[in-house]
Design a protein around this ligand. Structure first.
Ligand SMILES: [Zn+2]
Length: 90
């Protein structure tokens, strides 16, 4: 029993170095911005943030920061922002 647990711990150490093994299907965070805490969610292929900028633009610095932090662990559709893909080239 004990030796198999040690094997799992060793495997976990290797996995922890390989974030590309993990893909978020949904997430929910409290984002500590400059002045306020914003609620950022990702589910069903869509981002949502509680800040004012997001409600106008469909993305914001909080979403964009998470996209960069978690780039290896987000599905492709989570890395593009609907309102920005029209004005920027990817
Ligand atoms: Zn925001």
């Amino acid at each position: 029993m004990r030796s198999s647990l040690i094997g799992k711990i060793e495997k976990a150490k290797i996995y922890a170095q390989q974030p590309e093994r993990v893909t978020f299907s949904a997430l929910s965070v409290d984002f500590h911005g400059g002045h306020n805490i914003h609620k950022v969610d990702y589910s069903d292929g869509k981002w949502h943030c509680s800040c004012d900028f997001f409600s106008q633009w469909g993305t914001c610095s909080h979403v964009m920061a998470l996209q960069q932090m978690l780039s290896k662990m987000l599905p492709q559709e989570a890395l593009t922002s609907p309102s920005l893909t029209q004005s920027t080239q990817h």
